[in-house]
Ligand binder design. Sequence first.
Ligand SMILES: [Zn+2]
Length: 488
Amino acid sequence: MNLLTDDFISTNYGKVSLKAILTTDNDYQLQYYFDEIQLAMLQMLSSLATVVLQPDTKQLQYYLANGISGQEYDKRLSEVNSEWFEGDCFMCSAPPADAKNPSAPITKMLSGIECGTSPNAIGLFSEVKHAETICPDCSHVLNYNLHMNIKGECFGPTGATGIRGGGAISTLVAGDDLKQTVLNNVIATDLFTQYSQLDSGADNKPMWVSPLSSDLYQAQKIGLIRGLFALAYHISFPVDDKECHCDVCGTESEQSVTTFIREKYKGNYGSTKTGRDAGAGWWPHPYTPQSVREDGVYAVCARDQNWQSWQELTSYIVGKETDKAMIEPAYIVRQYQEMSGQGRANLLVGGNIADQGSILGRVYDLYSMPSSLSNHLSRVTQVVDAGLSQKDKLSLALNKMFGIGYDKNFVAGIKAQAMHRFVSNTQQIIQSILLDVDRKEAAELRRAAIKELDEEAKLIYSGLQRKYQHDLPLFKALVKGEYLLNKN
Ligand SMILES: [Zn+2]
């Protein structure tokens, strides 16, 4: 099986190849049981398409506008080392001779499903028995997801931190169909070269062809293709000649995989403290927004359980300066703005919310916006700012409850619950208001946002008042705080 030519991608048309997705007009939809795997698949397919096409900006614009013919695909393919993308070697490097090679059940590869024994490793959802056996095709996307999206700590003491830092947020540009989405996230080599400032002699061979050595993995020496599939583990997936029904894609397979064997690489990327302190530098992964601070560059991560992506939307599209950091959009968003064609752009924001060894939540949000984002940025910013300001007002109003001498934790619990409700309900409100961003004037949009968010905050607030109407001190505090909600 070769990832650049063979059918391994699970869709509504059965298993298909990358070539079929890119060169035909079928409306393919990915079919995987877990949204996390869908997201990883989009990242992986766009990265594989980058390997095949390696377009400059002009070529990519051409592909986006006209599509790619089967012939063109084959021609481009003949110019790359497709043998590097054979299923039996893809993202699997040989471990050193003295490696311990611990084996673990495949369940462990699906973050969120607990199967560790460490007390701080808690899975969020799903039953272990829901993911015990997979088909060999799916081992590649699980492997990719592990290397790019899963935080080392969630993997326990044998966990390693990959080139993106683990637990990073991904932003992708979604299109009208799978083909367009994959193409939207293909990386234009000339633009990326300008942006990334890698050494001109940076190694572009995948790490399973020329493995990492040394203790420090200098970012500037890692070329685009090498970085897109950067490794943190020597890993392998023993295949059994035993029929299975795959727990990840749902198809029947003649072979099955139930375990994997891994050994982490010993050195460090600039995504770790050790690597950062030693000057390894941050490798500019194209799908990761970054936070530039005084002491180095970090991947932007989802923050806590109550976090919703709208709060950071502005920084994912335009960037944002805070007192501690400068948040910069992912390269792919910049590329999109630079090249933007017609139609709507949909920004897909995804990732895990991890805390130490635990996965606390998931982010998988789609924002629909016009492609000419740059003309509308201030409108997006205004809508998000209206949400943030309403959130502040609600928080201030609720703070009145702290002045009545009740147990702090009790009051904090009431407040946290109300804030959580506001932030998560606002997620939908903002997503729906942004749908109109190219049809409505900025002032009108802002008014609409303020009105809806105001109603939402008041609804939550009056709900609390009703709930505590018989608890006089609390009720009075809430009445006292009410004017703060109405303040402009
Ligand atoms: Zn499968």
